[in-house]
Design a protein around this ligand. Structure first.
Ligand code: NOJ
Length: 736
């Protein structure tokens, strides 16, 4: 349709029909065979049968047949044949589940995430979906927050690259094209800043930090053309995001130039009443509309109030029109007026879902995301040596995560299955060792599961079996981690340690065999002090998805060489949180080994995280030469080039992510100690050396200045090139 046709359509619509477009409900309101809208118990939401029948979009339901049926029924009675939109959280894969976003961040390979997003879009599109609620572009600094698993990490630059890549992967050049879906950048804004890492808590941050650290990734997703943005649950500057006019109109629309659909998070407009900001539903409706929120997800705030408010003259109909026009444009952008079913196709579901190509991609992504945190030469496992694979992640399919809502546990390859296909049965031993968690452990997530009670007797048996295996083998691989329902939405934890039952297993095994490699699973950085002190090797595998088992065995066996780099610092312990490499400089920085008492430090622990951002080892070794600049003065018109020689000094081929950091030495506002400004992944054969060059130009040095501008300031900078954010391999230059 042309813009003119959309406007004509808008003008033909009744007020009620327009407000219907602004309501989103879940697919649970439809009967299993999609024949009818259910208005039974769920009616308590305050919605009428009419509201449900004509809601402009639904969320959380997939399946080509089912969605086609719902669309067909809907169009039979929708007065202007305006098709319904189908949305769902396709966060890191549909049925083929890719590694969690935090792991994808650790691949330092946004192009790979773009491929994963495109594959997820294809599986979603044939299943009848039009929109995914991804990417989550929230910056994260607190591993207590369960949703760090859904972010690509603590760095604004890295997050921006991934947000852009994922939007491009989902949408392609045009979301109307076959097998593409529309992307929704979320949660605007600063949801990741929840105080004390407790989900849905207040976010407290300065406007400067908002601009410098939190907004860049949302901006990148928007500039990549994301069709939607979702509001966040938290307050920003004291006002809930969903009713925050300044945040949504001045920043999102005016400053970031977003002109797509703004959808609330689940019931977030309604919750502004609980926040103590809106007086009642009518007030919430008025405030959210005033802020420019177009769709009310899962509440009756808009549908029960907007018509009346317009009729009473309390709300201008023009505001409703503005929102509805954006929704119609989105439907048009997806080509739904011409083909309301888009790619929904049961044959396509059979062909593409979990196809060999997608599984191979998932295996590659899981392999590239894993981070080798420690290795005293134990990995890769020596060929022909005997090995005991022990731990609750040996047979767990939970490694797809709880947020892979369309994924099936049964499609996931376990570590044991993968190992059995490659390891010699004569010298490989397998044992669970202990339950994943003890009874009574709190879970949250989108799968019904409670920790089952394992009797003391059974636990004793499990331990004995594990110790027998550990004694017989030369090497033990312990497959440990958080339960997959211990991270994700509403899954904050104050203690970021491994479940105690697993630590007990670790300590017992350590008594009989100290050749321990730990493969770790989970959705967040954990406190790994004891593990990293005692184990000879530690491999962070995250929640690696459907092909996780194969990827882990590829890495343990040396078929693949780890190349991941941490996208988020691993704190020394929880008392250090939040700890991130790009903190602002203080006036009294601690100088390790210094004598001065009054410095910014802890008396009992180091300032440094256990493993910093950007860190990750390989089975080979790399050296990076001192940095050489082609000039030491940079001007607005003349960029400079920094180069290093990177050499593989080990014995196997490997990939290194060479990282560029810059520190602005003095400025009108205090600047971070270091900021990631670029990286290059280089594959080198043993003995091979290559020159890596980075171009540094003036726009890379811009920041939000004291006078609210966005520009660079002349002066001195330190430039670092190295293998992680702790690198000291540096030189200086001036910006003239
Ligand atoms: C709430 C979550 O915060 C959001 O990320 C998600 O997209 C919606 N629920 C819809 O499932």
């Amino acid at each position: 349709m042309t813009e003119k046709q959309l406007l004509d359509l808008l003008h033909e619509m009744t007020l009620k029909e327009k407000v219907d477009q602004m309501l989103q409900i879940t697919g649970s309101f439809y009967q299993k065979d999609a024949n009818e809208v259910l208005t039974g118990p769920e009616n308590k939401l305050g919605l009428t049968a009419e509201d449900l029948r004509y809601a402009g979009s639904i969320l959380g339901t997939a399946g080509a047949e089912r969605l086609k049926k719902i669309q067909e029924r809907y169009l039979e009675t929708q007065p202007h044949k305006i098709p319904m939109l189908f949305m769902m959280d396709i966060i890191h894969g549909m049925k083929t589940v890719f590694p969690i976003p935090l792991a994808q961040g650790a691949s330092f390979n946004p192009a790979l995430s773009k491929e994963c997003a495109a594959a997820a879009a294809k599986e979603a599109a044939v299943s009848g979906l039009h929109v995914t609620f991804a990417p989550m572009a929230d910056l994260v600094r607190d591993p207590r927050w369960g949703r760090v698993m859904e972010s690509t990490g603590e760095d604004p630059y890295l997050n921006s690259l991934f947000a852009r890549a994922m939007v491009e992967g989902f949408q392609g050049d045009d979301p109307k094209e076959p097998y593409r879906i529309a992307a929704c950048v979320k949660h605007f804004a600063a949801y990741g800043a929840a105080e004390a890492g407790r989900d849905y808590n207040t976010a407290e941050l300065s406007e400067h930090t908002l601009w410098e650290s939190y907004l860049p990734a949302y901006r990148a997703g928007i500039e990549a053309g994301a069709a939607l943005v979702m509001t966040s649950f938290n307050t920003v500057n004291g006002i809930p995001a969903s009713t925050n006019r300044w945040l949504m109109r001045d920043i999102l629309r005016d400053e970031l130039g977003f002109d797509g659909v703004l959808i609330s998070d689940f019931s977030a407009i309604y919750e502004t009443i609980t926040h103590g900001h809106a007086k009642d539903k009518a007030d919430a409706a008025q405030k959210a509309l005033d802020a420019g929120v177009d769709i009310d997800m899962m509440s009756d705030v808009y549908s029960s109030n907007l018509c009346r408010l317009v009729e009473e003259g309390a709300v201008e109909e023009a505001l409703v029109d503005e929102a509805v026009l954006r929704i119609l444009r989105l439907k048009n952008r997806l080509g739904l007026f011409e083909n309301p079913y888009k790619d929904a196709d049961p044959e396509g579901e059979k062909r593409y879902i979990l196809c060999a190509e997608h599984r191979a991609l998932a295996r590659r992504a899981a392999t590239e995301s894993a981070v080798l945190l420690k290795n005293d030469g134990l990995l890769p496992l020596a060929p022909k040596s005997s090995v005991a694979l022990i731990g609750p992640y040996l047979r767990s399919r939970g490694m797809i995560s709880s947020w892979a809502i369309a994924g099936e546990l049964s499609d996931c390859v376990t570590v044991e299955e993968a190992a059995k296909s490659v390891f010699d049965p004569r010298n490989t031993y397998y044992a669970d060792g202990c339950p994943m968690v003890s009874e009574g452990t709190a879970f949250a997530g989108f799968r019904e599961e409670t920790p089952c009670a394992v009797s003391e007797e059974k636990q004793g048996e499990m331990l004995r079996e594990a110790l027998d295996a550990a004694k017989q083998a030369e090497t033990v691989v312990l497959l440990l981690g958080e339960h997959y329902l211990q991270s994700g939405e509403a899954a904050s934890r104050a203690m970021i340690e491994l479940p105690e039952v697993q630590m007990e297993l670790f300590r017992e095994v350590y008594k009989v065999n100290q050749n321990i490699a730990v493969a770790l699973f989970g959705g967040r950085p954990l406190d790994l002090r004891e593990i990293s002190r005692k184990a000879k090797a530690v491999l962070e595998a995250w929640l690696p998805g459907t092909e996780g088992g194969n990827a882990v065995i590829d890495l343990l066996s040396g078929k693949a060489n780890p190349s991941g780099k941490l996208s988020m610092s691993f704190p020394y312990c929880v008392g250090q949180v939040p700890v991130h490499y790009n903190m602002d400089s203080t006036g009294r920085p601690w100088i390790p080994g210094g004598q001065d008492r009054c410095r910014s430090r802890y008396l009992d622990i180091p300032n440094e995280p256990l493993y910093p951002f950007g860190y990750g080892l390989s089975y080979t070794e790399f050296t990076v030469s001192p940095v050489v600049l082609d000039r030491d003065v940079l001007t607005k018109d003349t960029p400079l080039t920094a180069s290093v020689l990177v050499k593989n000094t080990g014995t196997v081929p490997g990939v290194e992510a060479v990282q560029l950091y810059i520190r602005d030495e003095y400025a009108s506002v205090v600047r971070p100690i270091k900021e990631l400004k670029g990286f290059q992944k280089v594959r080198l054969a043993p003995g091979e050396e290559r020159e890596i060059r980075f171009t540094i130009d003036e726009p890379m040095l811009r920041f939000h200045t004291a006078d609210n501008g966005f520009s660079s300031e002349t002066g001195r900078f330190t430039l670092y090139v190295g293998q992680d954010s702790a690198t000291e391999n540096s030189t200086c230059f001036e910006l003239a």
